[in-house]
Write a protein of this length. Sequence first.
Lengths: 141, 259
Amino acid sequence: MTVATTSPRNQGGYLSRPSPSGLADVLDIILDKGIVIDAYVRVSLVGIEILTIDARIVIASVDTYLRCAEATNRLDLYQQGGQTLPELVEDMGSSAASAKTKGVISGAKKAITGGDGDEERPRRRSSSSSGSRTRRRAEQE
Amino acid sequence: MTHTAPPATTVETATGRYVYGVVRADDGSSAVTDLAGATGEAVTVVVHGELAAVVEAVPDADAVPAARFVRAHARVLDAVAARCSVLPLRFGTVLDSDDAVVEEVLTLDQTRLLATLEKLDGHVQLILKARYVLDTVLAEIIAEQPQVRELRDRTRDLPEEATMPDRVRLGELVHQAMEAKRGPDRDLVLDALEPCVEEWSVRHSGDMNGLLDLAVLVDASRVADVEEHTRRAAQQLAGRVDLQLIGPMAPYDFATDGV
């Protein structure tokens, strides 16, 4: 993740000036931005155009609500001294029951980063991704 | 969609061209001097008319880890943007040859591309990320909303399966309450920034604690101003919102105006 300056997260109200260095942070800046050429669909890198389309899906779902409920109930634990805030925040950041959008976007990032490690060699185009390409192309014709 | 059905093959590039962005032909090679791309090869330009594409020859794009392209895309474009006006292309654009770069990129509407390059002259992009401090905002909501309090009391010590409808309702109320808070809090940040930015573009954020993700285009000489204004907003929101300001960087969010 982005390295902020120094303050712990729960102080809040400050301005940090991080330099994105993690792969996910860099991707967050560039993904889905910039000029799209007409031929983009047939020229882009492995699977990436699919990811950018998927990343636009926004669904406020039951999952989202359950996550909010969980956070609210956990806050109570925190107030009773049962859990520190950093734990709470981290748990929510990685919660599997995240909003659909978040899930899709982190899925996109995962596909590109090959998991959480940087510079890992990605797998060659998988059968499932070429399946998606074919499907999208078919929709456009 | 206007493009016609492509040939059956996709990236069969013995010598592909990864395309980073578009600059003026006049800026041409000086824009990319000493820049290495994703494969370590020198970044070059393909010139056509008044425009030039910033490209890297990649023997086999599929063989290069995508992560390297991600990093190179940002690094090369940020470096070029520090030297001259540049329009970033969408990440992941690979074409077959220099000829294809001319055909597919440089013969787009030149007048518009040149006009956008001109608009971007002397400007940089920054990204502002505003995130709620969740414990503070959730505590506000619990204090403000009796129904949230009640539902929380009813569900928090019971197994999830036994209280599902109440949990969904609780989450829905909290979700709505956070959304209601976002309006005025976003306005506060936008009002603080407005005097010192040329344009802004709101980015999507799916984070639960997300308040605002904003790309701003600013005069390069006013970056310190933006920092100062953002700091003031941070003070007004103290304890409730964390702010991050990232950049200067290439104008990723402002390349497509009028194109």
